[in-house]
Write a protein of this length. Sequence first.
Length: 152
Amino acid sequence: MGMARKERRFFLVQEDILPEAILKTALARELLLRGEAATVSEAVQKVNLSRSAYYKYRDGVFPFYRWNPGVTVSLSMVLEHRPGILSRVLKTLAEAKTSILTINQSIPINGLASVSITFETAGMEWDVEDVTARLRQLDGVREISPIGHNVG
C-alpha cells in the first residue's frame, strides 16, 4: 500500500506573528529579488539568519503575489546593445516557464538599451527572485530591477 501524497495547504499569515526564522527567510528572499543582495550568503548575513535556516524554509515561504496565478511581474533592465543578449534573456524566461505579456525596448543610446518585460507567474517553475538572479548573471545584462507586480 503506497503512501498517499499529502495535499499542500496554504495559509495567509500576518507577518508580525511569523516565527523569526521564517520572517527572516522572507526578508532575505526580498533582498535577492530587489537586487539588494547578490548572493544567498549576502542576503542571510544582512538579515542575521543562518544559511541552513534559509535553505530549510525558502521553498515554503514567499510573498503573497508569488503563488497567486493571476499575478504579473514587470522587470526593468539595462542591456548592452549586442546581438543575442535580449534573446538570452527571453530564453531564460522561457526556461522558467513564464508567460511573457509585454516586451518594450528603447532605442539604444551609447551602446545600452532599456528593456521592460512583463510576465505572468502562473506556471512558473522558478521563483521570481531566482529568475531575477539568473538574468542578472547573463553576459550583457547591466542592471535589472523589479518595477512592480499586479495581483489580477
